[in-house]
Design a protein around this ligand. Structure first.
Ligand code: C2E
Ligand code: MG
Ligand code: MG
Ligand code: MG
Length: 276
C-alpha cells in the first residue's frame, strides 16, 4: 500500500556527478593496494537515543585515505570494490578495524557498532558466520554489540541462502538492521520473512519530514509498524533540531544525522564522545 509510493533515493543527490563506472583500469589495482596498506578505513557516525540524546552506538562508514586524491567517499569505493572482487576483503577489513576501535576504546560498555554489508558480499557462505564469531571472540565483543546493516536488495540476491544464514546470525546474537528502509521493492515481505532487529528509515523521508506531510505519514506508519513487529527504529539523515524533536515526539528510538554528528575518523569520534 503506502510502500508502493516511490520516493526516489536521496542518496543519489550527493553522489559524485561522474558515475563510479568512470573508474579507470588502474583504480581497482589502486584500491587493492589501499586495502593492503590500511588506507581504507572506517569513519564513525554516532547514533543517539531520540528520547534523551544518549549515545547508543556508531555506524562504520568506509573512507579511502588516498595520499594523492584525498579522502574518497563510500559511493566511489563500494562499486569499485564490488565490480573487482574486492568487496569481501573490504567488508572484513571494515569489520576488523571497527571492532578493534570499539573494543579498544569502549571495552566495558554496551555501545554497538553497525557495519554495512554489500548486497554482493558472500553472506550465504558457511564461513561468514564462523568468521564473525571468531572476530567477536578475538576482540572480546559480544555479538549483540555488532549490528549488520543490510539493504533490501541484499535479501533478494540469494533468497534461500540469505534467509537461513540471517536466521542463524540472529540466533547467534548478532543484530540485523534493514538499511534505507522504505525505498526498495516488496519491503513489507522482506520485513516479515527475514529476522531483522532494527529498521533504519531512509533519509529521503526523514529529510522531508518537516515540510512534507506525505513523508511524515510514511515515517509515522513505519515507526508504528516497526514497533508492532518488535523492531527498533532508527531515523537516518537528521539534519536539524526540528526533525529530532519531531522524531522524539513520534517515539522513534534512535537517530543519526549531520545535526548530531557527521561521520568522523576514529580519533575525532573519540574527541566528540569526550566533549559531550
Ligand atoms: P548508508 O549505510 O545508508 O549510510 C548513511 C549515509 O548517509 C552515509 O553516507 C552518511 O555519511 C550519510 N549521512 C549521515 N547523516 C546524514 C545527514 O544528516 N544528511 C545527509 N545528507 N547524509 C547523511 P556515506 O558514508 O557516503 O555512505 C553511503 C553509502 O555507502 C552507505 O549508505 C552504505 O550503503 C554504503 N557504505 C558505506 N560504507 C560502507 C561499507 O563499509 N560497506 C558497504 N558495503 N557499504 C558501505
Ligand atoms: Mg548503513
Ligand atoms: Mg541508510
Ligand atoms: Mg544509503
Amino acid at each position: 500500500l503506502l510502500l508502493s509510493v516511490d520516493m526516489g533515493d536521496a542518496s543519489t543527490v550527493d553522489r559524485p556527478a561522474q558515475s563510479p563506472a568512470h573508474a579507470a583500469n588502474g583504480c581497482a589495482a589502486a584500491l587493492r593496494d589501499a586495502l593492503a596498506n590500511n588506507e581504507v578505513r572506517p569513519w564513525f557516525q554516532p547514533k543517539v537515543a531520540c528520547a534523551d540524546g544518549r549515545l547508543v552506538g556508531f555506524e562504520a562508514l568506509v573512507r579511502w585515505h588516498d595520499p594523492v586524491r584525498g579522502v574518497q567517499p563510500a559511493d566511489r569505493i563500494i562499486p569499485l570494490a564490488e565490480d573487482n572482487g574486492l568487496i569481501d576483503t573490504l567488508t572484513w577489513s571494515m569489520l576488523e578495524q571497527s571492532l578493534a576501535w570499539l573494543s579498544g576504546n569502549f571495552p566495558d560498555s554496551d555501545l554497538h557498532m553497525a557495519v554495512n554489508l554489500s548486497a554482493r558480499s558472500s553472506l550465504s557462505t558457511n564461513t561468514f558466520m564462523s568468521g564473525l564469531v571468531a572476530l567477536c571472540e578475538r576482540h572480546g565483543v559480544p555479538p549483540a554489540r555488532l549490528a549488520l546493516e543490510l539493504t533490501e536488495s541484499h535479501a533478494m540476491v540469494d533468497e534461500r541462502g540469505s534467509l537461513s544464514q540471517l536466521t542463524r546470525l540472529r540466533m547467534r546474537g548478532f543484530r540485523l538492521a534493514i538499511d534505507d528502509f522504505g525505498t526498495g521493492f516488496s519491503t513489507l515481505q522482506q520485513l516479515l520473512r527475514l529476522p531483522f532487529s532494527e529498521i533504519k528509515l531512509d533519509r529521503s523521508f526523514v529529510l522531508q519530514s518537516t515540510h512534507d506531510p506525505a513523508s511524515r505519514a510514511v515515517i509515522e506508519s513505519l515507526v508504528e509498524l516497526g514497533h508492532k513487529l518488535d523492531l527498533g527504529c532508527t531515523a537516518e539523515g537528521v539534519e536539524d533540531q526540528r526533525t529530532l524533536d519531531y522524531l522524539r515526539e513520534l517515539g522513534c528510538d534512535h537517530a543519526q544525522g549531520y545535526h548530531i554528528a557527521r561521520p568522523m575518523p576514529g580519533d575525532e569520534a573519540l574527541a566528540w564522545v569526550a566533549a559531550r
